[in-house]
Write a protein that binds this ligand. Structure first.
Ligand SMILES: [Zn+2]
Length: 109
């Protein structure tokens, strides 16, 4: 479902880093409504590596969706050894499990 997003939220999204180093690869991070599958809020591309985030992403899902796409990038960097790139449910489950755990470390690291 795609909704109207506030200008303020768009400003927050624009503060995300423009690139991440993931397993030694520079992965561009961008906010765009040009996501190919409109039922998803994020998309990973590999050549060149990039992560696209939909500006309509609900605020409480942005970390989980970003983590989901990071997991795809990690799998790609490792030649698919984690078997995540053809398994959306596994990737989703891992991101949902990891996101709140990492959130608990915020402020301590
Ligand atoms: Zn995915």
């Amino acid at each position: 479902m795609r909704g109207i997003y506030s200008a303020r939220w768009n400003v927050l999204l624009s503060k995300l880093p423009k690139k991440l180093n993931i397993c030694g690869r520079v992965v561009k991070l961008r906010v765009t409504d040009m996501i190919l599958n409109s039922s998803l809020y994020g998309e990973a591309s590999y050549n060149p590596p990039s992560i696209s985030l939909d500006p309509n992403i609900p605020k409480d899902m942005v970390f989980e969706v970003t983590l989901h796409e990071i997991l795809h990038q990690i799998d790609e960097a490792h030649g698919g050894r984690f078997e995540l790139n053809d398994d959306e449910s596994k990737t989703k489950a891992l991101a949902i499990a990891l996101a709140p755990v990492i959130e608990q470390l915020r402020g301590y690291l």
